[in-house]
Design a protein around this ligand. Structure first.
Ligand code: NZQ
Ligand code: ZN
Length: 386
């Protein structure tokens, strides 16, 4: 196990009716900018609950943050935050609204130039307005992490930044808010959570036995809950488990004690969303099995362990169980009718492989925990996903 420091300051406020706690979480007298997406919160009653909880606060609203939040939209919100001199940002919605709000929090205090420089990693984040969240979609873990992913369509980019300055001060997670999720978004959330866990777990480097078992527990819980949520989308306990899984999936715990993390699937996936507009989770379901097949030999022991502990594979030698484990993961995605091949989206693997390889080579960055997945390897991976 390698050394680590853990400090996650997010106050999680979990459960039924907890939106009412807002009044105890945002200091009285603070001017609040409430951000939201395309209107789901107005249909499912979350908007009304939030406005009721914020009675007595001076609230400015900014709606219309898109799925895969756009830089241009966030910049408009940052201008509004500056003009209105708000003291707190409250994101109400899914990961896109929260990611957008993290960027808005930074952009509203950034005076050194164009805040896109932060997305390009050219300048570090030095400040941000304080923010909190009411999360309505379990998937990204954004409610308890420092990351934000922003798209800029005009230049075809989708980039991520991370900074301790954008840890939410609090995140309210009421599983009832997720009853209204369309099946597609519920499934996307399960796949995204799954892949976050695997990006941290599936490495071939020194790691912790306890952290590994925590990761396997999240995966096993997802396998158990997926058919249940599809059968009964309003089962509170099932929704609650999925919400808790998503938070643990990417709040930092599952990387503790490991020497490195993979994240090749996400990096390739972000390029596919930027190029073809696929949902984030859907890119991951296509790419992750291919990444693991490409690295089958190197990751054999870990894949076999995953197969045995998560899917109870006991027959055959290590190589057999490792290969079966990937098949079972792919079958799990397919059991939710999430496609696992590029062809399902009408994407030509050879063409897309070249495009993604070119974009990654321009960034001059290699992927994976060994940073040895370059353009040639990316093309080979994409070919395995055809
Ligand atoms: O916009 P509204 O009307 O709110 O509708 C949303 C949106 O259309 C809808 N929705 C959300 N909660 C709902 C609901 N509909 C009904 N009932 C509810 N309770 O769902 C749609 C998708 O929402 P979105 O926020 O885009 O989904 P998600 O939470 O999956 O976020 C995806 C974004 O997060 C980024 C992705 O790249 C993508 O941009 N990621 C962020 C990460 C992070 N911050 O750590 C890590 C991830 O790997 C990921 O990259
Ligand atoms: Zn993700």
């Amino acid at each position: 196990m390698v050394n680590f420091t853990l400090h996650n300051p997010v106050k999680l406020v979990f459960g039924k009716g907890m939106i009412a706690e807002l009044k105890n979480l945002i200091p009285g007298g603070t001017k609040v900018l409430m951000t939201y997406g395309g209107g789901s919160i107005k249909k499912n009653g979350v908007y009304d609950q939030v406005r009721q909880a914020l009675a007595g606060y001076d609230v400015v609203e900014f709606g219309g943050i898109e799925a895969n939040p756009r830089y241009e939209t966030c910049m408009k919100a940052a201008e509004l935050a500056k003009k209105e001199k708000v003291g707190f940002l409250l994101a109400v919605g899914g990961g896109s609204v929260l990611d957008g709000t993290k960027f808005i929090a930074v952009a509203a205090t950034y005076t050194a130039g164009d805040p896109w420089e932060i997305m390009e990693g050219r300048v570090p984040v030095k400040a941000a307005l304080p923010l909190g969240a009411v999360m309505t979609l379990p998937a990204t873990g954004s409610e308890m992490n420092t990351y934000s992913v922003i798209s800029r369509d005009s230049i075809g980019e989708k980039l991520a930044f991370g900074s301790d300055h954008v840890y939410p001060k609090f995140s309210i997670l009421d599983p009832e808010t997720t009853f209204s999720l369309p099946l597609r978004q519920t499934e996307n959330g399960i796949v995204d959570t799954w892949v976050h866990v695997m990006e941290q777990y599936m490495n071939d480097v020194e790691c912790s036995a306890l952290t590994s078992r925590l990761a396997e527990s999240v995966l096993k819980t997802l396998v158990e809950m997926a058919p249940k949520v599809i059968a009964k989308p309003t089962d509170y306990n099932v929704r609650a488990e999925l919400m808790w899984c998503a938070t643990v999936g990417l709040n930092g715990w599952l990387g503790l004690g490991a020497a490195a993390q993979d994240w090749a699937t996400h990096m390739i996936g972000h390029e596919l969303t930027a190029l073809y507009g696929l949902d984030h989770a859907r890119t991951l379901a296509v790419i992750m099995p291919a990444v693991h097949r490409f690295q089958l030999k190197r990751k054999q022991a870990r894949l076999a362990q995953f197969g045995t502990r998560v899917f109870h594979l006991v027959e055959g030698d290590e190589a057999t169980r490792a290969a079966q484990a990937i098949d079972r993961m792919e079958a799990f995605f397919q059991s939710m009718e999430v496609p696992t091949r590029l062809l399902a989206y009408g994407i030509d693997a050879a063409v897309a492989g070249k495009q993604v390889a070119e974009r990654l080579s321009k960034r001059g960055r290699k992927l994976g925990e060994y940073e040895d997945i370059g353009p040639v390897e990316v093309e080979a991976i994409m070919n395995l996903a055809k």
